[in-house]
Design a protein around this ligand. Sequence first.
Ligand code: NAI
Ligand code: NAD
Ligand code: ISE
Length: 341
Amino acid sequence: MFLKIGVIGTGAIGQDHIRRITNNLTGAKIVAVTDVNAEQAKAIVQKENLDAKVYENGHDVINATEVDAVIVTSWGPTHEEFVLASIAAGKPVFCEKPLATTAEGCKKIVDAEIAYGKPLVQVGFMRRYDKGYRALKKVVDHDKIGEPLMVHCAHRAPSAPGFSGDMALTDSFVHEIDVLRWLLNDEYVSAQVILPRNTRLVDKALQDPHIVLLETKQGIRIDTEIFVNCQYGYDIQCQIVGETGIANLPEPSSVVLRSEAKLSTDILVDWKDRFIDSYDVELQEWINSTLKGEMNGPSAWDGYVVAVTADACVEAKHTGQIVPISIPECPSFYKKDFTLV
Ligand code: NAI
Ligand code: NAD
Ligand code: ISE
């Protein structure tokens, strides 16, 4: 039995997900696609030799009778509309982050899903499926370093084409916001943003880098450097300092080279390669659980909590203040315990 999927948005990640579902994963096929750039949608159908119909818009994909489930990979501001329409059609939907560009938009999705009465929405927070982050979480969950006290992170990308405004926070840092609350089994209570000297290698209007300081309910302090025009590579770092030890996110594996009087390893440059296995596991698990009528991944509630936190970070950046974060009680409809067995 195949899950018949319709994809809305055939840009960078839409094409990458279509490629992996078609060539690497099992149990699903792409039967419908759309993009505001229709030529791009047609080109991916040809390139991957898909038996898929190219529709005029996202709503036609969602309502197509042959489509069992929807993947939303169009740009962020369109996500809310397509996820709400998928819920209205009663179809499972995997939505790339952000779930919506505002906390209010995410809340509408949470309310619609609860009113529908069955979980249908998963958000593309793939780091929870990453081998390295899962290993790190086991160290924390199994008490190998005592209670976590501090976390030091870095989210670095060589460049960020198309970034404007606060996208370093709302498009990049959202991955840390999600994965760290999952890793620590905790929620955030405040955010502060510090603006270091700006790199000369971006438009003056764009702040880069940022330092974000988050505090959790348990008093854990998290500092993250977000530097999305760092030039040298796509480099994700995470170090947890506990009472009795320190745990680091493993580096991606690379040959250790001794050559020309140097000891060296490669640094990846593209997010697609850094998390290639995580996207595979994430979507395979989504396909498997959707076929069973279940929804086990990052939920609409997680998407909402991330948006509330990202909003606080944006406010902290613009006001220079420490901004309190108030996450409402998680509805019983959504699971809360993140412990890995
Ligand atoms: P992109 O700009 O390459 O692709 C977006 C595509 O959506 C474009 O082809 C665009 O024409 C299309 N599109 C926009 N509005 C549309 C509409 N109303 N109907 C149909 N198509 C529409 O962007 P990219 O990098 O693929 O990002 C897409 C989404 O994926 C974003 O939400 C982004 O945050 C997320 N993303 C997630 C990543 C992750 O690691 N989980 C990595 C990269 C992107
Ligand atoms: P992209 O710009 O390459 O692709 C977006 C595509 O959406 C474009 O092809 C665009 O034409 C299309 N589009 C826009 N509005 C549309 C609409 N109304 N209907 C149909 N198509 C529409 O961007 P991307 O890098 O692929 O990112 C897409 C989304 O994926 C973003 O939300 C981004 O945050 C997310 N993303 C997530 C990750 C991750 O690591 N999880 C990585 C990259 C991107
Ligand atoms: C991109 O949209 C992603 O989601 C990548 O995973 C992230 O690391 C990058 O910074 C974003 O621009």
